[in-house]
Structure formats: structure tokens, C-alpha cells
Design a binder for this molecule. Structure first.
Ligand code: SF4
Length: 557
């Protein structure tokens, strides 16, 4: 028996029969730095959930990520017993087409649907499939395949992102992904992930579990920096403190980019704990100036953000636009509030009634949903798909763009804001009396060395007054801390300058679309010694030596 797990096919971020150009496969360029021109980060994130699933079931599994339609059809010829398609709602048409092709080209394969798309109302009559995984997937697949439900969770070792480019210059994949748990206990009314999983499901339950995975990353891949996929990583405070204790006891220094609610950050108390833990980035849901959500009750955001940034922790603040409380005046009060906090990044997210959430149920009941908006247009980067008392759908698109512009003009390029925050972290750690804080200095130093290469290109492309001011401040701080630019800095800086000009011209003359390359991996489980089979699980492959690790398979198509 074999299983193929696949994401939906490309191209992505273009207008075609299956998708829309706004629905880009790049988290930052899609919904954070989207209006910042050449300063926008260009990263792709692999379909981490698929690799995680493959690692945690015994059935021989292949993962096909970012396929083309042609490549997907070719894969179907292998006659898998099961094919799992993961998709979000805007990719419904792609998933539907893939299911149709499976029935046609591999009729014996059973189709499993997963991801947020499975919550589309009446999906059973809209597309062909055999099983639908609503919520958590590992235990679903184990049950479906009759595997041991309580087998330990194995964490795969995967890069957090790939195909990375900053100002057109390649940025090496130097961080790994940690999936410590899925879902969130807070269950905010609009939140798709917390409703999807129902509750928080921890995969790495203790500080020791996380520490061990981090050590494996360092030993096998030389990675010490991690993006943590967990909606509220610090919510399990004992787990976080347990991790910190192990890191300090064993003198192993890792760094983490996390998501956290404000209440959880406050519960940590002394923010120096975050510095000692190596938290370098935190994504916080501000959502609104008003305390609509419990998670933000009594939060002094200006103070919290100032204290985080002072310690070198970059902050991404997200804000919801077009809530029930917004009219054409109050919406700007919220935009003004979040941008006044001086976060390093801002995500403006239009309120989106996503099937499966309480918000969707409320809007459905109240007749607020605009029924004729196709699923591929329900992506959060264009027009709202519900009736708002104060905004038309066309207006919502304009206001969304204006909000991003406002942040960019007021706060400058995010890349420069982050450099400034990193410089603050460097200064904070170097002057701190606590050895446990001070020992974080090498991280900041390494980052700053790298980011200095981007200053000449930034000088050439700085688009607004705030970016230019930031640049002046940053250059001054660099000179003070590290001296003047020398030849060893100048050469890479010129290379970045060259890449940035090339990228600028590419975006102006050709297009800014970047399509990730198809990735294909086969996951082999090496059976215990006594049962080891002489034959590979797949007829055209060999068993690799490393047990329970994803075997790299060069793409042949
Ligand atoms: S705190 Fe964040 S992740 Fe948790 S339910 Fe609310 S919006 Fe979702």
C-alpha cells in the first residue's frame, strides 16, 4: 500500500481558470510586506503539514509539493492506493481538478481531502473524494490505515522556508521548522485554525521534547534558528521554561520566531526570559485598538512593543479590517493605532468569514455572506465577501491597500525596521549584566553582519522619507558599533546591489511572480532489523540508510 500527499498545482499568484493573482504562495509578499516594492521579502514555505504527516505514519508515502499539473498527472501513473490533497478554500478549483484527474488516470486510488478547504459547505456534492480529514491529520491517517494510534510523534527536519530572496539577493535557507502543536485554546470568533483543530493539540509536549528536536537539527543540519508553527507557543509556560532550562544547562543556544497572544507574553512576566530563550521574532494579534478580544484585555501595547523591540525582538502586529465596529472613520483609528506602535511588520487582514468558524456561522445566519463570490476570490488580499454596513466590496480592496501604504509611509521598509531592532538587541545584550542575556550577543552580531550588506542597495531604492531616516540612523549605529565599511563588507554589498537592480528591472519589465520549484520526496520507513525487506517499498527506488528521515529524491521531470 502506498500514499501520495500533495499540495495543489501551480502556477500560483496568476489569474487563470483556477486561481487569482493576489493569492500568492509567499507569506510575507502576500500579506505583510506586499506594498513595499523591492523591500518585500520573497520566501516560499513548504507544505510542512504534509512532511509532518508523512513522518508519522508507517505507510510508505511520497510528498509532492508545488507540482505543475503535468507533473501531477505523471505521478498518478504510479498507481498509489491513497492520494491526499491538502488545500485551502481559495484553491478549491485546483483540488477539484486534481480529484477529477485521479478518478480518470488512477481510478483505483482512494482520495483523501485535508486542509481548511474541507470545511466548504456541501463539499460532498461539489467534488469527488473518498475521505475527508476535518482537523488534525496524523491521528486521522493512523486510524484510517489501522496503524498504532499512540505511536510516538516523530518530528521531521525541514527548512522553514526556501527559494528565499531579499532585495533580489538570495538569502540562504538557514532556519528549520518546529511544529510544537496545532490549534489554539482561545478560539477567537474569526480564527480559522483554532476552529479547524477544535482545541490545542501538542505534538512536542515538554521542553525536553523540543530541546531534543533542536539538538537533532543542529547535529544533522547545522541549524540553530527555528520558525515555530504553533499559534501560541508560550501558552504552555512550563514547556517553554523547561526548554530554557535545558538550553542554559547544556549551553546550547537556539533562536526562535514565534506566534504569541499578548496575554501569553504578559504571563511570561520578565521579558528578559524571551531574550534568554532566543526569541527573535514574535507575531502578535493586535486585531483592534478596542479591547474586543479577551486575549488583549488590559494590554498596554505601546509599552509591550517598546520593551520587546528594545530587547532585539522583532514584532509583527496583525490588525483586522472591516470588523463590525469599523466605519470610514474608526477604521483609520485602528490603522493609526497599530502603525503608531512602531512594529517591524504589519499584517492587515480583512475580516474573513471562513467556513468552520463561528464568524461564518453568524454571518450565514444573518444573511451577510455574498453568495456569488467564487472560492478562488475568497483569499483575503482583495475584496471582502460579505455585506458590510459601511464598505462596499470595491471600497474594501482600496482601503486594504491604503492601510498597507499608510504603514509603509509612516514606518518605512520593514527590512530596515528589523535591522534597527536587531541593533537595539545587540546593544541591549552587550550592556546587560546578566551573563545569560549577554551570551545572546553572537546571534545579533551574525545577523547584523549579514544585513549590513543590504545598506547600499537600500540607499539606492529607499522610497520614502521614513526609510531614508531609518537608513541614516542605522548607518550611524553600525559605524559606532562596528567601525566603517571595509573591503570585506563592500564586495558582498556590491553583489547585493547588483541583484537588487536586476530584481527591480525584472519586476518592472517582466513580472514579479516567483513560482516555487516542484519538490518530490519519498518517505521510507526502515523496518526493524529482523523484518527488513530486501525490496524497496517503491519499485523504482532504493531504501536509504537513514531511518525515519525524508529521503531526498531529485526531481526528474
Ligand atoms: S489567540 Fe490567535 S491563534 Fe488563538 S484563537 Fe485567537 S486568533 Fe486564533
Amino acid at each position: 500500500m502506498t500514499l501520495l500527499l500533495t499540495s495543489v498545482f501551480g502556477p500560483y499568484g496568476v489569474d487563470d481558470a483556477y486561481g487569482r493573482k493576489e493569492n500568492k504562495m509567499e507569506l510575507f509578499h502576500n500579506q505583510v510586506t506586499r506594498e513595499q516594492g523591492i523591500f518585500s521579502y520573497r520566501f516560499n514555505h513548504g507544505s510542512q503539514g504534509l512532511y509532518f504527516l508523512a513522518e508519522n505514519i508507517d505507510m510508505p508515502t511520497a510528498v509532492l509539493d508545488f507540482p505543475t499539473l503535468k507533473r501531477f498527472k505523471k505521478e498518478l501513473k504510479k498507481g498509489y492506493d491513497y492520494i491526499g490533497i491538502s488545500f485551502i478554500i481559495p484553491n478549491f478549483k485546483k483540488a477539484k481538478e486534481m480529484a477529477r484527474l485521479i478518478r480518470k488516470l488512477s481510478p483505483k486510488s482512494k482520495i483523501i481531502l485535508g486542509g481548511h478547504g474541507v470545511n466548504i459547505p456541501g463539499i460532498e456534492s461539489l467534488m469527488d473524494y473518498d475521505y475527508r480529514c476535518k482537523g488534525e491529520g496524523i491521528y486521522f491517517l493512523r486510524e484510517l490505515f489501522g496503524e498504532k494510534m499512540d505511536a510516538p510523534i516523530r518530528h521531521p527536519l525541514e527548512y522553514s522556508s526556501f527559494n528565499r530572496q531579499v532585495m533580489g539577493a538570495p538569502w540562504p535557507s538557514d532556519s528549520g521548522i518546529l511544529i510544537t502543536g496545532v490549534g489554539c485554546a482561545n478560539k477567537c470568533r474569526f480564527c480559522a485554525t483554532s476552529h479547524f483543530f477544535g482545541k490545542y493539540i501538542p505534538y512536542l509536549k515538554t521542553g525536553r521534547d523540543i530541546f531534543d528536536v533542536c539538538c537533532r537539527y543542529e547535529e544533522e543540519m547545522g541549524i540553530t534558528d527555528f520558525g515555530v508553527l504553533d499559534e501560541n507557543f508560550l501558552k504552555m509556560k512550563d514547556r517553554a521554561l523547561g526548554l530554557l532550562e535545558l538550553m542554559e544547562t547544556h549551553d546550547r543556544h537556539f533562536s526562535f520566531a514565534i506566534f504569541s497572544s499578548a496575554e501569553t507574553l504578559k504571563e511570561i512576566g520578565d521579558l528578559d526570559i524571551l531574550v534568554r530563550m532566543g526569541i527573535t521574532f514574535v507575531w502578535v494579534g493586535v486585531e483592534s485598538k478596542r479591547e474586543i478580544y479577551l486575549k488583549n484585555k488590559d494590554t498596554d501595547f505601546p509599552f509591550l512593543f517598546k520593551e520587546l523591540k528594545k530587547r532585539g525582538i522583532s514584532v509583527l502586529a496583525s490588525l483586522i479590517l472591516f470588523s463590525e465596529k469599523h466605519d470610514k472613520k474608526t477604521i483609520w483609528e485602528d490603522v493609526d493605532f497599530v502603525t503608531s506602535l512602531g512594529p517591524d511588520y504589519v499584517q492587515f487582514s480583512p475580516l474573513g468569514p471562513i467556513p468552520g468558524t463561528k464568524l461564518y456561522d453568524d454571518y450565514e445566519r444573518d444573511g451577510k455572506l455574498v453568495k456569488d463570490v467564487p472560492y478562488e476570490s475568497q483569499h483575503g488580499q482583495g475584496k471582502i465577501w460579505f455585506h458590510h454596513d459601511h464598505f462596499s466590496r470595491d471600497e474594501s480592496e482600496k482601503f486594504l491597500r491604503l492601510a498597507f501604504d499608510t504603514d509603509y509611509i509612516r514606518n518605512g521598509a520593514s527590512m530596515l525596521r528589523v535591522i534597527k531592532t536587531t541593533l537595539a538587541g545587540y546593544q541591549y545584550c552587550s550592556s546587560h549584566s546578566d551573563r545569560r542575556v549577554k551570551c545572546r550577543l553572537p546571534y545579533f552580531k551574525k545577523r547584523l553582519k549579514m544585513t549590513r550588506y543590504f545598506l547600499p542597495a537600500s540607499t539606492l531604492f529607499a522610497q520614502n522619507r521614513r526609510s531614508k531616516t531609518l537608513l541614516r540612523e542605522i548607518k550611524k549605529a553600525y559605524r559606532l558599533e562596528f567601525g566603517r565599511v571595509n573591503l570585506r563588507t563592500l564586495v558582498p554589498s556590491l553583489a547585493v546591489l547588483f541583484f537588487s537592480i536586476k530584481e527591480y528591472l525584472r519586476c518592472r519589465i517582466i513580472s514579479d511572480v516567483r513560482i516555487p520549484k516542484t519538490s518530490y520526496r519519498r518517505q521510507y520507513k526502515v523496518p526493524p532489523q529482523e523484518n527488513r525487506s530486501a525490496k524497496p517499498f517503491f519499485s523504482d527506488g532504493a531504501i536509504p540508510k537513514i531511518p525515519y528521515r525524508l529521503a531526498e529524491q531529485p526531481e526528474r521531470s
